[in-house]
Design a protein. Sequence first.
Length: 183
Amino acid sequence: YNLPLDDKKVYEMLARGETMGVFQLGGSGMTRWLKELKPNRIEDIMAMVALYRPGPMESIPEYIHRKYNPDAVKYLDPRLEKILHASYGLLVYQDDVMLTAIELAGYDWMEADKFRKAMGKKIPEEMAKQKIQFYDGCQKVGNVKKEIVDELWRAIEPFAAYGFNKAHAASYGIVAYQTAYMK
């Protein structure tokens, strides 16, 4: 529990693709992405654990691109910078979606949790209701243009397939780092 989370050798090993036996990072697909990502901080491992899922997986190349190209980092709305800064402006966790709904669509915490449950349990009917509420809230409460809401929703939809919450990804990421460190 007292390992340093910035051990350069751990990140170099992961960047070389030496992931056999490392919790959550040992599969061939994940190894390929880690070699491209070249993680150098615990947040990268946490993000990969969350992104390497059926829904958000399509965002992996963009995450890697933005990590190495700061000019490519953009926020669909300036209010999202405080939420998405650590993930280079991308929605990575269920929490990102919930906080976006609160910040831009005027959701309260109970409504945001209902949104999270709809995503987490893959309930299509509830996601359809959430889409209406999200659009209405963004436009009426957040004063967000429809084109931006469309783009946000396209980023949110994959989470209905399978999105991790940040605490889960952080826990898995820490254990992944610990096993890599021991290796």
